[in-house]
Design a protein around this ligand. Structure first.
Ligand code: FAD
Length: 406
């Protein structure tokens, strides 16, 4: 019986296994994962879970019985260490060798490390998995001081959760604004204001020189301008690097990720790659890129499963993402490459607002919405349709957008 091996039991790998069964794959499925847990959702780790508002069961992607019910063999706590494309075999860290007919690489990404003096001290943490989240949660609470290096989504979410737990928090960002890589200036300024309002100190344009220690544990972050920020925990949140080494060693085409097409095929037709480890086409934008999000992991899992089961590829989706910080629900759709102009809809000091990013021909490239789910939904449709929209209409919250998007 033909066998599919899925390397990496995260959001993408777990979803692919489920879609394969849903689409009628009758052969074997083996899901190999380095972590001890069955596939789970990472987003709550910096949000509800960190605040103690979610359970381990609620993190699980599927109930534990799902895998046996659907004849999905789980090999957890085991790493794929080598890939032999000619023999169609993978070697596992426990010594086992598995034959595959199709292989899906769903290897994810890992936190970037900071080559700084003191980065190996106790109390210097990163956040990717449940073990990291446990360590972080244990370090937070009233009277504890957290320094977050990196004002990206994970850093800001952890800062918000840490405030909810009563900790003192400083966020240290190298760029001139938080979220410089992934959000527009309006959203960045708004979030900086919100964090400050909730007692988070935000330092932008700040370069870290070293983490200082005492008896082997972090006790302060020192900036290049000499500022010393006392703390007892440091979270490094400076982005994630895709796990592509296995693919590179096997000679698959890679750039910033494993290169795939819209059927999630790598340069070897017997091997698909999905999720954070890939660099994928972005058809709406005429280029390729790496998307690190749950919606992308699910979309590519569908692409791979459809391809393997002989179904037509699903139509490309608009990339989207969400984040929760304090009482703010952030929802972003599209990518603001080559944006020419932004249009603000609503008031950042009001209950909700959205920022639309337009190209030179007034097509909506992206939308960023804060507590404005209807604008997010409409914006996502407008991006999908590559619709040209009168700016006056976008700008006026009294004008409903849903008819435009329909
Ligand atoms: P992963 O979920 O990382 O899974 C990859 C798995 O492969 C891991 O378990 C890894 O250990 C394993 N692995 C790696 N190498 C090997 C090997 N050689 N052999 C076997 N196993 C291996 N996205 C959103 O859309 N919204 C959010 O709000 C959001 N919040 C986030 C908050 C946090 C704290 C984090 C860490 C991520 C967040 N994300 C969010 C991103 C989202 O979780 C990822 O995009 C998603 O998990 C990607 O799925 P994946 O399967 O590609 O990678």
């Amino acid at each position: 019986q033909p066998r599919i091996v899925i390397a990496g039991a995260g959001h993408a790998g777990g979803s692919a296994a489920a879609f394969l069964r849903q689409y009628g794959w009758k052969g074997g499925i083996t899901l190999v994962g380095e972590e001890p847990d069955a596939p789970y959702q990472r987003p709550p780790l910096s949000k509800a879970w960190l605040k103690g508002e979610a359970t381990a069961e609620s993190l699980a992607l599927r109930p534990a019985r799902f895998y046996a019910q659907h004849r999905i063999e789980l090999r957890l706590g085991t790493r794929v260490t080598a890939l032999d494309r000619a023999a169609r075999q993978v070697t596992l860290s426990d010594g086992a060798v598995l034959d595959y007919d199709r292989l899906i690489l769903a290897l994810g990404a890992r936190p970037r490390t900071l080559p700084l003096p003191g980065s190996g001290l106790r109390g210097v943490l990163a956040l990717r998995g449940t073990a990291d989240a446990d360590a972080l949660q244990a370090a937070l609470g009233p009277g504890r001081r957290l320094a977050v290096i990196g004002g990206g989504y994970i850093g800001l979410e952890v800062a918000a959760s840490a405030r909810a737990l009563g900790a003192e928090v400083v966020v240290i960002e190298r760029e001139a604004r938080v979220l410089a890589r992934v959000a527009g200036t309006v959203l960045s300024a708004f979030l900086e204001g919100q964090h400050r309002k909730h007692g988070v100190a935000i330092l932008t344009g700040a370069q870290v020189a070293a983490i200082e220690g005492e008896a082997g544990a972090a006790c302060a972050v020192r900036l290049q301008d000499g500022t010393r920020l006392p703390c007892d925990t440091v979270l490094i949140g400076i982005g994630a690097a895709p796990n592509i080494e296995l693919a590179q060693e096997a000679g698959l085409d890679c750039a910033h990720g494993i290169l795939v097409d819209l059927a999630a095929r790598s340069s070897d037709p017997a091997i698909s790659a999905i999720g954070d480890c890939t660099q994928r086409p972005l058809p709406l934008y005429g280029r390729s890129g790496r998307l690190e999000s749950v919606p992308n992991a699910i979309e590519q899992a569908k692409q791979a499963a459809a391809d393997i089961c002989g179904r037509p590829p699903p139509p490309p989706e608009v990339p989207w993402f969400w984040s929760d910080q304090f009482d703010l629900r952030l929802q972003m759709a599209g990518l603001a490459f080559d944006a020419h102009e932004t249009v603000l809809r609503g008031d950042p000091d009001g209950p909700g607002f959205a920022v639309f990013h337009l190209d030179a021909e007034d097509r909506v490239l992206a939308v960023e919405a804060v507590n404005a789910p209807a604008d997010f939904m409409a914006g996502r449709m407008l991006v999908a349709k590559q619709a040209r929209v009168p700016r006056a209409l976008l700008r006026d919250p009294a004008q409903p957008l849903k008819d435009l998007a329909a």
